[in-house]
Design a protein around this ligand. Structure first.
Ligand code: HMN
Length: 288
């Protein structure tokens, strides 16, 4: 399960319905052009928190059908509705997803016992491995080293998608749990995480920048730091421009520039203005 995973985008039409043809094209682009090791399906980048259970299931099905066994698949099933999380965990395990992942429960101020119970409840219902999705800036859930350790006591919890700029904690987790998988979640910090010996990364920008992400990981592993920094710098020029223009909308527009039917984002995400579409195309032309 090590390696680079694209946090997969989904193509939606202007009414917010799944565009199956576009979704399949995005999947193929990631495998053929970005050359990633796997896909992280229905994460933040997949606009998971904006869609119905039925649509989530349909996306899981389409992606598995398109991918077959070509690359690894991780299903993000986390939900504030724990029944939905369990249902999706079972559904994707039956479909043959290699692992599931679940965002920490958010919005309400759950205490750690509640977070732990959430993961154990999901896992009691399925025979699959789970990767914790930790993204404190969006969920407000900050776990410390001891708490990660308590969650990792469940052998079915095989790792964490670590989306935080806390390299002190990242190093402590790496050192304390050498057998657990750590995936870096912030693409702009990939090199900084790589030097701490992570097992892989999961990122939205790999939809359009997968090859550079791989170079960063490989150059870092070979100790070629000067070259690795150069590629991270190029990557960060791209990411800064994308963030400035509208993250998910701009990545979709860049995919469209490459002839992929990446469609629209779902409301309440906004449409890009004409000049922003122009900027997205310029970013694609420069970096893809
Ligand atoms: C997902 O769940 O879709 C991804 O794993 C999320 C991933 O960590 C991205 N985070 C968010 O979009 C919030 C990053 O790739 C991020 O988009 C990128 O580093 C730019 O900041």
């Amino acid at each position: 399960m090590k390696g680079l995973y694209t946090a997969l985008m989904c193509s939606f039409d202007e009414k917010g319905k799944i565009n199956e043809k576009g979704l399949r094209e995005i999947v193929r682009h990631n495998i053929q052009e970005s050359q990633i090791d796997g896909l992280y399906v229905n994460g933040s980048t997949g606009e998971n928190f904006l869609i119905s259970t039925e649509d989530k299931k349909r996306i899981f099905e389409i992606v598995k059908d398109e991918v077959g066994d070509q690359v690894k698949l991780i299903a993000q099933v986390g939900s504030l509705n724990i029944d939905e999380a369990v249902e999706l965990a079972q559904f994707t395990t039956d479909l043959g997803y290699d692992a599931i992942s679940a965002v920490t429960p958010f919005y309400y101020k759950f205490n750690f016992e509640e977070v732990k119970d959430y993961y154990n409840t999901i896992l009691e219902s399925v025979d699959n491995d789970l990767i914790i999705y930790s993204i404190p800036a969006l969920t407000g859930v900050n776990m410390n080293l001891e708490q990660f350790g308590e969650l990792f006591e469940n052998e079915k919890i095989i790792g964490v998608k670590f989306t935080a700029p806390d390299f002190f904690l990242l190093e402590r987790i790496r050192h304390a749990f050498p057998d657990k998988l750590i995936y870096s979640g912030f693409d702009e910090m990939l090199l900084s995480a790589s030097v701490l010996n992570i097992d892989g990364a999961i990122g939205s920008t790999f939809n359009v920048n997968g090859k550079r992400a791989r170079q960063i990981m490989e150059l870092s592993a070979e100790g070629k730091m000067e070259e690795a920094r150069k590629v991270q710098k190029e990557t960060n020029d791209l990411i800064a421009a994308v963030l400035d223009n509208g993250l998910y909308q701009t990545i979709k527009e860049m995919l469209k520039f490459k002839g992929i039917d990446a469609g629209h984002c779902r409301k309440p995400m906004r449409e890009l203005k004409e000049e922003e579409v122009g900027r997205a195309r310029q970013i694609a032309e420069k970096y893809m």
